[in-house]
Design a protein. Structure first.
Length: 661
């Protein structure tokens, strides 16, 4: 959702492909999908989100609440440290570090000095820079971006893309992870990254939400081109300087004066990461900043662009950024110009979260309440719980200080059951890789909605399964939570759905065919087992014939068995090679994999396509031989197995010539 890069999905894919976990995961998913989820048991008209009393937001109350919440949350999540800062009415209200910036040295988090990596929250600074140039008349939000670039982005369906579409994530670019994040390598020139690994556009511009780090990089490069200044220099002169953000930078690696203040990033406590993360598309997420510096930025945006005597945006420009909303679903949060909506409990909120591998952050502006909150945690944490701390803080903060004033009630049960059956199924996200081997994630990790017996629905979107109860036709409310889920229905079928938290970035489309029926992965697993059996039966069968004194196979059958065993072995070697490649991609330690990608693609051609030809030849040989129906049936099964493997290889781009991903 908010992450800089979906590397967790790649890592999960690599694990799933290893040691039979793909098939085990498929079986578990099938069991979970077929088993009824725990019933929400909410009767029609019953409140599922009651109104709550409000606390007054003061520094004393905020500290008492957070001092009770954060230490326990960090221990439970196995996350070393965090920083939280709150502003109200143009002033710093509260800021505090919790836990450690570095566990080994026991260095505490200092909100004024300790640097965190806010990830995609960095985009807000890129959008601010864009809007500064818009108000100066140097940029047009609705012009073809090629007007400002020194390379060209080809049209899709005859249409270019615009800065407005970039800022609202509707450019139609597919997901790419190559050249996005790495360790211990120099930061490459932004233009080289953008022109050398351009993702395909898979949707018409302006039609579909598909979050894009690449497109944000394009916007940052436009800032460089139009201003005549390097991106880092521009921000330091026009944003960080006026706002007094002296401990903030997009520079990678960090300037010497800031290096000692950088928090260590962790997988979880006692498991430090690989080091300082180099974001190869800096405008999308390279910021390093302190909790205190981020308060300056929040105050400026809450005060219509003003911080102290500095005015970084005209008031009308700041309001334009916050109030110009594109809403992909009528009743869900949309996206403003760069900020996305996070409205909660009837209060207007714009926000932006961000994730690197090790840092997980969020920034929220309660526009009408003149309140801003920033949080960053320096570990993913056990089972992703460190990443989830920010969501808990946001929801509890809103419920404590800006609670819902009206309860939410469930819809008629009969209607709810009919609509639950209608939406139940398997889906893929619009933020996806589609033209490269990364598309295999779509097969391994579909999103499933299950209809429950009481008319509620259950799906797993982030850390845990969530249950939703329908409150309006095709609008569901999360039980014991704040999220909403809405579907668009065309000709009686769900064509698209998303949630309040996700709609700005992507939606979900139904899967069809074998994938929609949940048969793709089981059939692939069966095919791989048949290929493994073909390999094992060659030596095992020969040994069994010698043991029992059976007559040797005829020359044609012996030749066919040998070639099928070799072809099956080649196919399995290609599967292992692809698994290893995904594992390397997930580790992020090898930035240049083009040669390896081409090697594995070659192995796929030999193993999958070559194997299919051998299987077809073998079947023809068996059919021509008299009798032996069992032999023909086995050869047919082998051909079907290779057909399934070859189909997956072509459908998910395991066979191809492009090294992009």
């Amino acid at each position: 959702m908010r992450s800089l890069a979906p590397f967790a999905a790649v890592a999960a894919l690599a694990l799933a492909l290893t040691s039979g976990r793909l098939c085990a995961a498929s079986a578990a998913a099938a069991t979970a999908a077929s088993a009824p989820a725990a019933a929400a048991s909410v009767a029609a008209g019953a409140p599922i989100a009651p109104a709550l009393p409000a606390h007054e937001l003061t520094a004393q109350d905020a500290q008492a609440w957070l001092d009770g919440l954060m230490p326990t949350a960090l221990r439970t999540a196995r996350a070393p440290g965090a920083v939280i800062s709150i502003v109200k009415d143009g002033q710093l209200l509260f800021e505090k570090g919790y836990g450690y910036a570095d566990e080994k040295t026991r260095t505490p988090v200092d909100p004024k000095r300790t640097l965190f990596r806010p990830g995609s929250t960095s985009k807000l600074f890129t959008w601010t820079a864009v809007m500064q140039l818009v108000e100066q008349g140097k940029l047009d939000l609705d012009a073809d971006v090629n007007k400002y670039l020194d390379f060209q982005i080809p049209p899709y369906d005859g249409q270019p893309i615009t800065l407005r579409q970039i800022m609202t994530h509707r450019t139609g670019f597919e997901e790419r992870i190559k050249d996005l994040l790495a360790f211990n390598v120099p930061e490459p020139p932004l233009k080289d990254v953008l022109s050398g690994n351009m993702p395909a556009r898979i949707f018409a511009a302006g039609t579909t939400s598909a979050y894009s780090n690449y497109a944000t990089g394009v916007a940052g490069h436009i800032v460089e081109r139009v201003s005549g200044m390097p991106f880092n220099d521009y921000l330091e002169k026009n944003v960080f300087g006026p706002l007094g953000m002296q401990h903030s930078t997009f520079r990678q690696p960090l300037p010497e004066a800031l290096k000692n203040d950088m928090a260590t990033g962790y997988q979880e406590s006692d498991k430090p990461g690989l080091g300082f993360e180099i974001i190869n598309v800096p405008p999308a997420g390279a910021l390093s900043s302190t909790g205190d510096d981020m308060t300056h930025f929040m105050i400026a945006h809450l005060a219509d662009g003003r911080y102290g005597d500095a005015q970084i945006l005209k008031p009308e420009t700041a309001r334009m950024m916050h109030d110009t909303v594109t809403r992909p679903f009528p009743d869900l949060n949309g996206i403003a110009l760069g900020f996305y909506q996070a409205n909660i409990n009837g209060h207007r909120v714009v926000a932006h979260g961000g994730d690197t591998d090790y840092f997980h952050s969020d920034l929220w502006l309660f526009l009408d309440d003149h309140v801003g909150v920033f949080i960053s945690v320096n570990a993913l944490g056990k089972d992703g719980l460190g990443e989830g701390i920010r969501d808990s803080v946001f929801h509890e903060f809103a419920d404590r200080y800006f609670p819902r004033s009206e309860p939410v009630k469930a819809l008629d049960e009969a209607i709810a059951k009919a609509h639950a059956r209608q939406i139940a199924g398997r889906y893929q996200t619009t933020r996806r890789g589609e033209t490269t081997f990364v598309s295999l994630i779509n097969m391994i990790q579909p999103t499933t909605i299950t209809a429950n017996a009481d008319g509620s629905i259950t799906t797993k979107l982030l850390l845990e399964p969530e249950t939703f109860v329908e409150t309006q036709p095709y609008l569901w409310h999360q039980v014991d939570g704040h999220d909403l889920l809405q579907a668009k229905v065309v000709d009686g079928k769900v064509a698209l759905w998303s949630t309040d938290v996700l709609a700005f970035a992507f939606a979900y489309e139904p899967l069809h065919g074998l994938a929609g029926a949940g048969l793709e992965v089981p059939l692939l697993c069966l095919a791989l087992l048949l290929l493994l059996a073909s390999v094992l039966l060659w030596p095992v069968g020969a040994a069994a014939r010698r043991w029992y004194g059976a007559p040797p196979l005829s020359a044609p059958r012996r030749r066919g068995t040998r070639w099928m065993a070799l072809a099956s072995l080649a196919a399995l070697v290609a599967v292992v090679a692809w698994t290893a490649l995904f594992a390397v991609v997930a580790q992020l330690t090898t930035p240049h994999l083009d040669a390896w990608v081409h090697l594995v693609q070659f192995l796929a051609v030999v193993g999958f396509a070559g194997g299919w030809l051998v299987a077809a030849w073998n079947l023809a040989q068996r059919v021509r031989a008299p009798g032996r129906r069992g032999s023909v049936a086995w050869a047919l099964l082998q051909l079907l197995a290779f057909t399934m493997v070859l189909w997956v290889a072509f459908a998910y781009h395991l066979i191809g010539t492009s090294a992009g991903y």
